[in-house]
Structure formats: structure tokens, C-alpha cells
Design a protein around this ligand. Structure first.
Ligand code: HEM
Ligand SMILES: [Ca+2]
Ligand SMILES: [Ca+2]
Length: 300
């Protein structure tokens, strides 16, 4: 089973090494923090939190177009390299991923989530598993709830974990179907759930002269480098970046939770801790299952 401080005997410095490496990587490139947090979502939802998202090669999850914009792999690999020097063959990549995501949240002012460890690494990674398990930005609330519930996660978990979009950035092509330019070059707001001036700002940042697959915009227009409850305030102001953010305001069940979290950061942090812990144990392998990878990007 998983336990707190699983590596206390076998690799006492493990959690500190993860934390320090995340800190130093982010001091040279702050954008890694959002990437590390997003990685855990894409790992845990596909085949459980088993490091399957990290494996490189033809036909792996990483090769799927749905995962094309993931990042942070180099940070995970460099953590692993240090750990292999101090405690060879001991700390799983699946644990490193969860710990690094936890530390990314802390580094931006969020709560420190206690993480039980002892996850084992999976040995399978298939591109075909990505699309059925990862939520696309055109999903309805019902479709999102269904996927979350198939992972043992509730409606509250959906709203709380969507709060991850309080940090990080997104490529223009993930939201620019919400508006388009008419032939005269004027903004045409297709999705009326979006605040007009916010849409205008986004349009300017994603102007048609720029490549939408490389241009990025902050997820949280107010505080994208702080892990806070601003995401929910943005939703109330009709400034959710993705369609899947905005629709949380259109369903009574999710809107009620948004309203609570927008008004109470303490409550967001408490619920984040709970929901993040739940997500980080989806489908974990323990004991003798799986393996401890030597390199996070390849099975042994
Ligand atoms: C509920 C459904 C969700 C949808 C539809 C969704 C969709 C997206 C999309 C389209 C992006 C932009 C990616 C890019 O263009 O590079 C993004 C970014 C991000 N997502 Fe989500 N996401 C969801 C849930 C989550 C969850 C549960 C987490 C983690 C707990 C998360 C964490 C992040 C983070 C941190 C970023 C910023 C990444 C960066 O800065 O590079 N998302 N998400
Ligand atoms: Ca996985
Ligand atoms: Ca924020």
C-alpha cells in the first residue's frame, strides 16, 4: 500500500530532492510549474498514476496529438537522474510526478498537500488510451462529470481540480474557436458566455498573424503566477478561458461550488488538498506490481 514517507528508510532525501529540483528548474524557467501540474492530470487519468505519460516512443501516450502540448518532462528526468545517483532503482517515476506537481503548487503559493508514496511504474503506454480518458475543451458538464466519476472523482472534484487553471498558460488553438474574425477584420464572438472585453484581449493576443499552436496566453488573466482562488472569480466574471471552464457556470450543480470557492480561498485550499489527494491515487500500482523505472522515459 501507499504510505506517508514511504522512502524514509530507502531514500530519506527523496522528497527534498524533488522539491529542490522543482525550485531550481522554475527559477530559470517559471513556466515549468504549470506544466508539472498539468502532467499529473494527464498521467493519472490515463491508466492511473503510473508514469505512463512519460514514456517516449512510437504509439505511446506521449506521441498522441492530445498530449502534444505537454511539457515538464526534462524536469522529471533530471529529478530522476539525481535520485538514481543517491538511491538507484528506488524511487518511482509515478511518485516523482505527483510530488513534483504538489511542489509546483506550493512554489506558487498554494497549499502543501501531504502525499502518500510507494506508487510503482507501469510498463504500458498506448496512444489509443489518451483521447477516451482526457477531457477536450468542447465537452459538456455531463461528459466531464462522467469521465471524473469513472475515475472515482465527484462533481466537487471536477470543479476544484479545474482550479488548476489559476496558473499556467494555454495555446491559442485551445480556445480560439470561441471567436473569429469576420471578413472586415472585426471580432465576432461565437460563444456568448465569454465576456466581451476579455474576448477582445484574447483576440489581440491570438491575432491571426500568429501561429495558434505556438502562441500562448495566460490561463488566469489576473494572477497566472499565483495559485489562488482567482480562477473562480474569473468564472463569475465570464472570463473562463476554455469553454470547459465557462460551462461550469451553466450547470446549477457546478455553479454553486464555483460561487463558494470564489468567495473563500481557505475553503478552496482545503478542498484542493482533498481532491488532489484523490486524483493522485487513481489506479495506483503497489508492492510488486509494475517496476521502478531507471529512466522515466522508457520501461526497463
Ligand atoms: C476538466 C477538464 C480540463 C480540461 C478540458 C483542460 C484543458 C486544458 C487545456 C486545453 C490547457 C492548455 C494546454 C496548452 O495549450 O498548452 C490546459 C492547461 C493546463 N491545465 Fe487543464 N484541463 C482540465 C483539467 C485540468 C486538471 C484536472 C488539472 C490539474 C489538476 C489541469 C491543469 C492544467 C494546468 C496547470 C495547465 C497549464 C499548463 C501550462 O502552463 O503549460 N487541468 N488545460
Ligand atoms: Ca498513467
Ligand atoms: Ca491565479
Amino acid at each position: 500500500d501507499l504510505s506517508f514517507n514511504f522512502y524514509a528508510g530507502s531514500c530519506p532525501g527523496a522528497e527534498l530532492i524533488v522539491r529542490n529540483t522543482v525550485r531550481s528548474a522554475s527559477s530559470s524557467d517559471p513556466s515549468v510549474l504549470g506544466k508539472l501540474l498539468r502532467l499529473i492530470f494527464h498521467d493519472c487519468f490515463v491508466q492511473g498514476c503510473d508514469g505512463s505519460v512519460l514514456i517516449r516512443g512510437n504509439g505511446t501516450e506521449r506521441s498522441d496529438p492530445g498530449n502534444a502540448s505537454l511539457g515538464g518532462f526534462a524536469v522529471i528526468e533530471s529529478i530522476k537522474n539525481v535520485l538514481e545517483i543517491f538511491c538507484p532503482g528506488t524511487v518511482s517515476c509515478a511518485d516523482i510526478l505527483v510530488l513534483a506537481a504538489r511542489d509546483a503548487v506550493e512554489a506558487l503559493g498554494g497549499p502543501v498537500v501531504p502525499i502518500p508514496t510507494g506508487r510503482r511504474d507501469g510498463t504500458v503506454s498506448m496512444a489509443a488510451n489518451v483521447r477516451p480518458n482526457i477531457i477536450d475543451t468542447d465537452f459538456t458538464v455531463d461528459k466531464m462529470i462522467n469521465i471524473f466519476s469513472s475515475k472515482g472523482l465527484s462533481i466537487q472534484d471536477l470543479v476544484v481540480l479545474s482550479g488548476a487553471h489559476t496558473i499556467g498558460a494555454a495555446h491559442c488553438n485551445t480556445f480560439n474557436s470561441r471567436f473569429k474574425l469576420d471578413p472586415k477584420g472585426n471580432l465576432e464572438l461565437i460563444d456568448s458566455s465569454l465576456d466581451n472585453s476579455y474576448a477582445q484581449t484574447l483576440m489581440n493576443k491570438c491575432s491571426s498573424s500568429l501561429d495558434p499552436t505556438t502562441t500562448v496566453v495566460e490561463n488566469d488573466p489576473e494572477t497566472s503566477s499565483t495559485f489562488d482562488n482567482q480562477y473562480y472569480k474569473n468564472l463569475l466574471a465570464h472570463k473562463g478561458l476554455f469553454q470547459t471552464d465557462s460551462v461550469l457556470m451553466e450547470d446549477d450543480r457546478t455553479r454553486k461550488i464555483v460561487e463558494i470557492l470564489a468567495n473563500d480561498q481557505e475553503s478552496f485550499f482545503e478542498r484542493w488538498t482533498e481532491s488532489f489527494m484523490k486524483m493522485s491515487v487513481i489506479g495506483v500500482r503497489v508492492g510488486e506490481e509494475g517496476e521502478i523505472r531507471r529512466s522515466c522515459s522508457a520501461v526497463n
